[in-house]
Design a protein around this ligand. Structure first.
Ligand code: ZN
Ligand code: ZN
Length: 108
């Protein structure tokens, strides 16, 4: 048996890793390579906003523009300082998604 290829998809400052057969393996910071965690969006439910204020049309459903319909965002779990100071080779241009501990607390 040959070893499975890992497929990496970079998006929004993090990298999602998948096995060749599509199984999700995990997400890491695209800048420093630390683990990344997702935070739920504070503005919506799974990327969708139900707007029921219109008496004529009833419930209007639209995509959340905070998270672009993703329902949350991914962040490097290292400190912003560490992530800034320790980019992987060639990844210096990627903007850090790291949050300070106050921001993590506020969002949970
Ligand atoms: Zn990082
Ligand atoms: Zn949202």
């Amino acid at each position: 048996m040959s070893p499975q290829q890992i497929v990496a998809k970079e998006e929004g400052g993090v990298v999602h890793h998948y096995r060749e057969d599509g199984e999700y393996l995990g997400t890491s910071c695209a800048r420093c390579g630390s683990s990344a965690e997702s935070l739920p969006c504070g503005n919506c439910d799974d990327g969708i906003i139900e707007d029921d204020t219109d008496p004529l049309w009833g419930v209007e459903v639209h995509e959340c523009d905070w998270c672009m319909g993703r329902g949350g965002s991914w962040h490097c779990i290292s400190s912003p300082e560490w992530c800034e100071a320790n980019p992987l080779p060639g990844k210096e241009g990627i903007e850090s998604t790291a949050l300070n501990s106050q921001a993590w607390r506020d969002s949970l």
